[in-house]
Design a protein around this ligand. Structure first.
Ligand code: MIC
Ligand code: SF4
Length: 646
């Protein structure tokens, strides 16, 4: 077991209960929380349902950054609810236009040594500043806001030793893409990545944050950097030097596993369609024609990233067959670029400037044309996430993105015909917090609840007999984007009955009933729906809607070979059993629309050995054995029908 690590030190300081043994459940105190609007409405509705008067954390911030299109009243209705409930519950509100939650949190609130729980899977961005920052479902964040400790399994600590420093045109994004090519997006549940070694000092906080942000794609619980001189410099430049504290691993620290990365050997990389771990060297992709380039998202939209992009664009012209769009990560970044003239350099080169927010990263506009290549500095390229079916989205660094936008082809930026624009360290960021509304100065504490703000649905206790029907059988690496699409449906996040209609929409075949129609029919027959998945089910986003909507449609169990951490916790919170095949081969014995019966489910679940009977349409029957990775507390929650019944 690991010893003397930064992770361990922070956990020790926040330890509440449990056994500090790898894989065993522990509970830790949460200092700070963050929510964003697309998951936040449910989180605050749940907080209200818990009867909490005021939040009990040191700091809770509610951001609006995802649902910004405002085509119809839903988005603005959500914003108004969020702003008013924040004032009512003692939460700081960051208004639409102020920036992406992770970028703003890093700039204005993050503090080394603190714990942060966020209802967004990229919350680990805060690891760049030495926080244990974890993504979770909205209900877990609501519980943390109510002062409850957060439960996780004591992590396995993977040490990533960085040596040397990056060469010009090679970026932090290339480091994390390289790590993704080693660790992939699956099989890392229950681990935390901790960076150490001489190479750490050469990376700035925004570079570190790019790396920890995209650590989410590894499926790890979080990723952490030590807190050192670079952290101090960043905090001082943000006018927050007072929250600095040094944090480093002991010289004789031991990790459960060590991976070494020589930064000087890192070269430009790209994640190819349609998974962040489908990584190749940019040099191998040279000459692929590019039609669209987008620079932004919480991974790569810091001031330094965009200043580099602006300098590269200055006096040049984006290739005529490419559209280049740029979405600054925060208003601080946008305001700085506009005041120092760099925004004009981008516009002059032909860049389209987008609002500071998630925008195209979550399929809100800028979908690519059919059969064309889009290069994005984002963190996810799951099939269809751009809003175009059959999309060819590649994830790259801002360096690769801007040079390819100029040439019109996938280009290794080291081939640029000009020198790498080195951006000076910022000594003083532009600080303007006038879009951050503190609860103590809010005009009113009355909660504004327009007609599109629903209530969280409540489940029944787990029945003793699961009379199930396989409503869908899917394959490996099903993401929560597959389960609950965002894009044009994102505005339905506060309306569960409406949003439930598009569960698994990407698998609906023309002329055939949708998942929602099939599971409603199963429920009307007095039976329960079951989802069968393969390996690494529930990757990606923290959206608890991927559990709430199936629950609303009558799903009682998900059976797979492995279920990802956040999604599994969300299933528990909403009373759905996350079950694991004891024999992987049993996956092949099940077909869609088979019946699966689990007798005495309420007794079998606590035992961890669950026998289910699969009945085929031809009348044949087979018994399969299932298990789970749940704690006693998780089992209690499922038996009650979910956390809101506890
Ligand atoms: C994402 O990047 O997939 C999101 C949209 O930010 C999600 C949250 C959501 O679905 O609202 C995430 O990363 O958790
Ligand atoms: Fe927003 Fe994209 Fe970051 Fe998710 S990954 S928080 S959608 S910018």
């Amino acid at each position: 077991m690991a010893k003397g690590t930064v992770v361990q030190k922070i956990i020790d300081k926040h330890f509440v209960s449990g056994e500090k043994v790898t894989g065993q459940p522990v509970a830790i105190k949460i200092d700070q929380t963050l929510t964003q609007d697309a998951t936040g409405t449910m989180a605050y509705l749940e907080l209200e349902a818990m009867g909490a008067e005021k939040v009990a954390t040191e700091l809770s911030v509610s951001y609006v950054d995802h649902n910004m299109m405002q085509n119809g009243p839903e988005n603005r209705n959500d914003h108004m609810y969020l702003q008013s409930v924040a004032a009512n519950k003692g939460v700081v509100f960051s208004a639409p236009g102020n920036g992406i939650c992770h970028q703003v949190h890093l700039e204005r609130f993050g503090a080394p040594g603190k714990t942060l729980l966020g209802s967004d899977s990229h919350t680990p961005t805060g690891g760049g500043i030495g926080m244990i920052a974890i993504g979770a479902g909205g209900l877990d964040v609501a519980l943390a806001m109510a002062g409850k400790p957060f439960r996780l399994n004591y992590p396995k600590i993977v040490g990533v030793k960085l040596t040397n420093k990056l060469n010009p045109w090679c970026a932090a994004k290339d480091v994390i893409l390289h790590l993704l090519s080693i660790l992939t997006t699956k099989g890392n549940v229950g681990s935390i990545v901790e960076y150490f070694g001489d190479g750490v000092a050469s990376l700035s906080v925004p570079q570190r944050a790019t790396i920890t942000n995209m650590g989410a794609e590894l499926g790890v619980t979080t990723s952490v950097f030590p807190s050192d001189e670079a952290t101090k410099q960043f905090l001082v430049a943000q006018g927050r030097g007072d929250v600095y504290t040094e944090l480093k691993a002991d010289v004789d620290a031991e990790y459960d596993r060590v991976i070494e990365i020589d930064l000087a050997q890192v070269v430009p990389m790209a994640a190819c369609p349609s998974s962040p771990d489908n990584v190749k060297k940019v040099a191998e992709l040279a000459d692929i024609k590019v039609s669209q380039v987008i620079i932004g998202s919480c991974t790569n939209s810091s001031y330094t990233d965009l200043a580099m992009v602006a300098t590269a664009l200055k006096g040049r012209r984006v290739h005529p067959s490419v559209t280049l769009s740029i979405a600054p990560g925060s208003r601080q970044v946008l305001e700085m670029l506009s005041r120092n003239g760099m925004l004009a350099d981008m516009i002059g080169a032909g860049a389209r400037i987008l609002e500071t927010g998630c925008g195209p990263c979550i399929g809100q506009g800028q979908s690519p044309a059919d059969d064309t290549v889009t290069l994005r500095t984002f963190n996810r390229n799951f099939a269809g996430r751009t809003g175009t079916k059959g999309d060819q989205a590649y994830l790259v660094s801002p360096e690769t993105a801007v040079i390819s936008a100029l040439t019109g082809y996938f280009t290794d930026p080291r081939k640029a015909d000009f020198a790498y624009p080195v951006i000076e360290k910022v000594e003083q960021f532009l600080i303007n917090d006038n879009m951050i509304i503190r609860p103590e100065v809010a005009e009113s504490t009355e909660i504004i609840r327009k007609r599109t703000i629903g209530a969280p649905p409540v489940n029944q206790a787990l029945p003793d007999k699961i009379d199930g029907v396989v409503a869908i059988k899917v394959g490996d690496k099903i993401t929560t984007d597959h389960i609950m699409p965002a894009g044009i449906h994102l505005k339905l996040r506060s309306n569960i009955p409406a949003y439930s209609k598009v569960v698994f929409e990407c698998f609906t075949e023309a002329g055939k009933p949708s998942f929602a129609e099939r599971s409603s029919a199963i429920r009307d027959n007095g039976k329960h729906s079951i989802i069968v998945g393969r390996d690494s089910y529930g990757q990606g986003s923290s959206r608890e809607h991927a559990a709430i909507c199936p629950m609303y449609l009558g799903v009682k169990a998900v059976i797979a070979m492995a279920i990802e951490r956040i999604h599994s916790a969300n299933l528990v919170n909403f009373g759905i059993m996350p079950l694991i095949f004891v024999n992987s081969a049993d996956y092949d014995k099940i077909d869609e629309s088979d019946s699966i019966t689990i007798d005495n489910a309420r007794e079998q679940l606590p035992s961890g050995k669950i026998i289910a009977t699969v009945a085929k349409n031809d009348g044949s029957k087979v018994e399969i054995e299932l298990t789970h990775k749940l704690s006693a507390e998780d089992v209690r929650i499922i038996l009650a029908g979910g956390m809101l019944n506890c």
